[in-house]
Design a protein around this ligand. Structure first.
Ligand code: PLP
Length: 459
């Protein structure tokens, strides 16, 4: 470790409190200082190179460090680095991007409200829903239904809507009188006693019963990620999306699809809701891949139906919600260039072409004694580790099995994301076959190395 690495690690421990800080990390080695990122690769301050199979944090869809992106950003900074977002002015990149998003989004989702990232886009949806229901005179329609194990962001409303274990700690306040969580659509290890069809029926019945118990006149919206990301790449049973959407339509409940991870190519389509799962949500939430992480930007994309209702006669009112950086011209210019690159390089097609190969390669890991489940779609995958393959029994959480394996992978030049019992992957959409081979081979040797560690630990 060179002296610069040591200096950065020390200053990091002393001054930079990271999101989701695990304080023990500050007491041990500390964080790995990454200095450069080019394409699909990162390099640390000691010159070690890593394939970033997490794509930053599910966001580097076109890969990092592209000069074309830097030029587009610089050009916009020189032309106009900031624009007041109020309605008596507009800016060219924000307007062009909204029109482009409307072109790419399903059905009548023709309207965009910009925010600074995914969480603020979720909070925007939450407010928009309240506003819309009030404009309709449906003042009682306040209740929101979402799922256990979901993640929708870290602001007050977004975190309340999320249902991940550990994300509702007692020391924080949450909206708990009008937000309700139902069962996550995860069958592996949790609902093994049911067939897929029985599990689907159970989930659908639970949603409908929840709406009926609360009273359809009181339920405003259902929030769902098409595939849960941070909760552990959870793919619902076949038919779940369409059927839950139909239940929502039947009871006049808005369907909100949180595509912060799945949007902009991760599943091989601009949006997964319609193209993969055949539904037309009322609202889609987007961020991350929208700019490929080059600059922060979120978008709440909503339907003509909502727009027509809230804009009709203006209701003499104002939608009292917004951010200094809504429609930031530089972030919007970055998003436009990002989309142009994805289109020109046919990156969505790269995902659909290589996804079956990625899946088949990952499935070769299933002979390993602690590999329980391998699941995913497009370029969004995870391997779930278990102590017992027969019973799906998990390792004790404090063993942090995912982290043990990802530490070995780090040392071999591969970054995967450990999430308790899982290693999660969401690589840039530019990934090629050789890199897929590297990911899977490195995972295999990392798991094998962990098996030796476990034996030494007497497990
Ligand atoms: N929604 C989903 C599905 C996410 O995965 C995330 C972040 O990981 C968010 C919302 C929040 O986005 P952000 O971290 O940009 O606020």
């Amino acid at each position: 470790m060179n002296s610069f690495t040591k200096e950065i690690m020390q200053k990091d421990k002393d001054h930079f409190m990271h999101p989701w800080t695990i304080f023990d990390v500050y007491k041990t080695d500390g964080a790995l200082p990454i200095e450069t990122a080019q394409g699909n690769y990162l390099e640390d301050t000691d010159g070690n190179r890593y394939l970033d199979a997490v794509g930053g944090l599910w966001c580097n869809n076109i890969g990092t460090g592209r000069k074309e992106m830097a030029d587009a950003i610089a050009e916009q900074v020189i032309k106009m680095s900031y624009a007041n977002p109020f309605v008596d002015m507009t800016n060219v990149p924000a307007t062009l991007l909204a029109a482009k998003i409307a072109e790419l989004a399903p059905g009548s989702l023709n309207h965009v409200f910009y925010s600074c990232g995914g969480s603020t886009a979720v909070d925007t949806a939450y407010r928009l829903i309240q506003y819309y229901q009030n404009c309709r005179g449906k003042h009682a329609k306040k209740h929101i239904i979402s799922r256990d194990m979901s993640y929708h962001g870290s602001t007050y409303a977004a975190m309340s809507i999320g249902g991940k274990k550990g994300d509702h700690p007692a020391e924080f306040d949450f909206i708990d009188d009008t937000i309700h969580h139902i069962t996550a659509p995860k069958q592996y290890g949790q609902h093994e006693d049911k067939s897929e069809a029985e599990f689907l029926n159970f989930l659908l019945n639970e949603l409908e019963q929840k709406i009926l118990t609360l009273g359809a006149d009181n339920v405003a919206a259902f929030f769902a990620e098409p595939i849960m990301g941070a909760g552990g790449v959870i793919i619902p049973p076949v038919g779940y999306h369409k059927k839950t959407w139909e239940i929502c339509k039947k009871h006049d409940v808005l369907y909100v699809s949180d595509e912060v991870v799945t949007g902009f190519g991760r599943l091989g389509h601009w949006f997964a809701s319609e193209d993969v799962f055949d539904i037309q949500p009322d609202i889609i939430i987007s961020a991350k891949g929208l700019t490929s992480g080059y600059l922060p930007l979120g978008a709440t994309i909503f339907s003509d139906q909502i727009w027509d209702e809230i804009s009709e006669d203006g209701h003499g009112r104002c939608f009292a919600h917004g951010f200094t950086y809504s429609g930031h011209p530089v972030a919007c210019a970055a998003a436009l260039k990002n989309i142009e690159i994805m289109e020109r390089e046919q990156l969505l097609e790269n995902v659909t072409t290589l996804a079956p190969y990625f899946k088949a390669k990952l499935e070769t890991l299933s002979d390993l004694p602690i590999v329980g489940d391998i699941r995913g779609h497009g370029f969004m995958w995870c391997v779930e580790f278990v102590a017992n393959k027969e019973t799906c029994e998990l390792f004790p959480e404090e063993m942090d099995i995912g982290k043990q394996i990802s530490n070995h992978a780090d040392a071999k030049g591969l970054i995967v994301r450990p999430v308790v019992h899982l290693n999660v992957m969401s690589p840039p959409l530019t990934l090629n076959k050789t890199e897929i081979d590297f990911i899977v081979n490195t995972l295999r040797v990392s798991i094998e190395a962990t098996l030796i560690d476990l034996e030494e630990q007497g497990y």
